[in-house]
Ligand binder design. Structure first.
Ligand code: NAX
Length: 328
């Protein structure tokens, strides 16, 4: 077997952390041949709860879990990190304006970016889950100038998986027979789940569905507002499904997309599809040997173009806002 891979998880005592850590420890993040060392980061008040989770992880007797260390200091937590899962963030609370939210998160993601820059492993891969995920990733990235920019990604895989499930239900097809679905833009209500290039059992998904009203009035809003529906039903925000998507995101990044398929990841734009360079926006990507590439040459129809532009417009505004706060 290989040497253990260091996986740093922030917000380890939170509800996503609780679901995520057991799956990392069981080998689902990196595969069944890769031992992992967990490095947990929490705020001081939550360190005790993280210690409790660590006791339970110990009780899981995971053969691949080579150790657990808990920190309340970002520099220590990210030291030697090969994979960094940035889950902890400042949620929006009542009466908070967007500027306040971005500023509060700047206070988290700026020092974490600096800590990654200072001490993470050469090959570090970063996934930001904590919201506003795309812009938090941008903040962290801009404080890690020595780390290749493309290593900073944000999670739209939960949106991708939600869209797969909705399309499977609508078409009566197993999820495993759906390919080439795309989430474009921001992980927010403006995101655009695109079925026009997707395939359902080898046939074009938009043709199989053949119902733009369903797309515009059911499918897109159901996917985009699923987080609110989960809160309404469960009395708490999505946790296990978010953890599952984080596992999928990193597993796919490391192990590759299947031939003839792609996935969705929010990654720094290279200008593809008219998305301003540097914005961390969701694209269709293929992965191979630990690298990803934005799928090129897709034709966006008018229906898609206006929705991609709206979500990218929101990302542009968020970037302007964090620029004016001096966070990037
Ligand atoms: P919780 O509030 O249960 O947990 C967050 C944890 O982060 C807490 O334990 C807190 O102490 C910790 N934390 C806060 N600041 C920290 C810091 N500076 N360093 C280390 N830890 C810190 O939230 P949870 O439900 O686990 O959600 C975590 C984040 O994921 C939220 O921002 C949430 O909005 C976001 N989500 C993102 C999703 C996505 O698809 N990108 C979907 C699910 C989720 O809503």
């Amino acid at each position: 077997t290989q040497a253990p891979v260091n996986v740093t998880v922030t917000g380890a005592a939170g509800q996503i952390g609780y679901a995520l850590l057991f799956r990392v420890a069981s080998g689902q993040l990196l595969g069944p041949d890769t031992p992992v060392k967990l490095r947990l980061l929490e705020i001081p008040q939550a360190v005790k709860a993280a210690e409790g989770t660590a006791l339970e992880l110990e009780d899981g007797a995971f053969g691949l879990l080579a150790g657990i260390d808990i920190f309340d200091d970002a520099k220590q937590a990210f030291s030697g990190a090969n994979v960094a899962l940035l889950v902890g963030a400042r949620p929006r609370t009542k009466g908070m304006e967007r500027g306040d939210l971005l500023e509060a998160n700047g206070g988290i993601f700026k020092p974490q970016g600096e800590a990654i820059n200072a001490g993470a492993a050469e090959d570090v891969k970063v996934l930001v889950v904590g919201n506003p995920a795309n812009t938090n990733a941008l903040i962290a990235q801009s404080h890690a100038p020595d780390v290749p920019a493309e290593r900073f990604t944000a999670m739209t895989r939960l949106d991708h998986n939600r869209a797969l499930a909705q399309l499977a239900k609508k078409t009566g097809t197993p999820v495993g027979e759906i390919r080439k679905l795309t989430i474009w833009g921001n992980h927010s209500a403006t995101q655009y789940p695109d079925v026009f290039h997707a395939e359902v059992a080898g046939r074009n998904a938009a043709e199989v569905v053949n119902d733009r009203t369903w797309l515009a009035e059911e499918f897109i809003p159901t996917v985009a507002k699923r987080g609110a529906a989960i809160i309404e039903a469960r009395g708490a925000s999505s946790a296990a499904s978010a953890a599952s998507a984080a596992i999928d995101h990193v597993y796919t990044w490391v192990n590759g997309t299947p031939e003839g398929d792609w996935t969705s990841m929010a990654v720094p734009s290279d200008g593809s599809y008219g998305v301003p360079e540097g914005l961390i926006s969701s694209f269709p990507v293929t992965t191979r040997d630990g690298r990803y590439e934005i799928v090129q040459g897709l034709d966006l129809n008018e229906f898609s173009r206006e929705r991609v532009d709206a979500s990218v417009g929101e990302l542009t505004e968020e970037r302007e806002a964090v620029r004016s706060l001096g966070l990037v």
